[in-house]
Design a protein. Structure first.
Length: 94
């Protein structure tokens, strides 16, 4: 049985149109484009890359993404994967 291996990110919360319009107008909120990929949190420690999904379970990371991430040291990134492209939302630790 799989067990949680990493962080479990905050997931999107549905809001009604009126609330969404208020948030868009509010300068204290920022928004970013959501692609149609799969959530991926990556950790780079001791020259090893691990990935977890939105539920915190370990998942594979494409070799091309691993090669790019190995240039970083002690880093955790939150983003989404589309094919072999990794779009980073947040730097969780560096």
């Amino acid at each position: 049985m799989a067990r949680v291996q990493g962080l479990q990110p905050m997931l999107l919360k549905a809001v009604d149109l009126n609330t969404a319009e208020k948030l868009i107008q509010n300068e204290t909120h920022l928004m970013q484009q959501k692609y149609n990929g799969q959530r991926l949190i990556t950790k780079v420690y001791n020259n090893e890359v691990t990935g977890t999904n939105k539920k915190g379970f370990r998942r594979g990371v494409p070799e091309s993404v691993i090669n790019g991430l190995l240039k970083l040291i002690d880093t955790e990134l939150d983003g989404e994967i589309i094919g072999t492209d990794f779009y980073v939302f947040d730097i969780l630790r560096h």
